[in-house]
Structures are given as C-alpha cells and as structure tokens.
Write a protein of this length. Structure first.
Length: 95
C-alpha cells in the first residue's frame, strides 16, 4: 500500500474467517529516493519469514516479517545514493 502502509489478509483456520491486519506507514520518513523500496520490503519480509521457520499458528511471524520489511523499505526511501540502502542488514530490520 506504500504511503498508506501495509495490509495483510489471513485465513483463520479454526473458523475459516478472514483476518485483516493493518500496519500504518511510518510518518517521520524523509523520502530521498523511492527506487528499490518495494524490493527492500519484499526481501526483508521473505528473509525474516525464512529465519522464523516454523511459522507460529497465530500469524505472529508474518507480523514480525512485515515490520522488518517496512523498516527495510524506510531505509531505502531515506537513502539518496542507492536504490537499496546499504545499511539494510539483519540488525537494521530487527529493530
């Protein structure tokens, strides 16, 4: 959702209902370059999910991964010199 944040839909298996999870966008971002922010988000999300295997049944791992992706995307948005911020690493997205 970009500047509106992230929305994540999940299926709750016990009742087969749809769960909607919203993660608001950071408000204190100084956007210097939007190139690569989506790639940074996706890479950090997938990396975090792989680190957290097996996933928790309540979807908590996905929420952690989304927050890590958002952190990586913000780092790329604030980096003027590179499409993907060179500061993105395990420590950066774990904050």
């Amino acid at each position: 959702m970009g500047e509106e944040g992230v929305i994540y839909f999940s299926r709750k298996t016990e009742k087969d209902t749809l769960g909607v999870h919203r993660f608001p966008a950071a408000t204190d971002v100084i956007v210097r370059n939007a190139t690569g922010a989506g790639d940074s988000f996706t890479g950090a999300l997938i990396h975090t999910l792989l680190l957290l295997q097996p996933q928790s049944p309540d979807g908590g791992d996905m929420e952690i991964a989304i927050k890590a992706g958002m952190t990586a995307a913000v780092a790329s948005l604030e980096c003027a010199d590179h499409a993907i911020s060179p500061t993105i690493g395990r420590e950066e997205v774990s904050k």
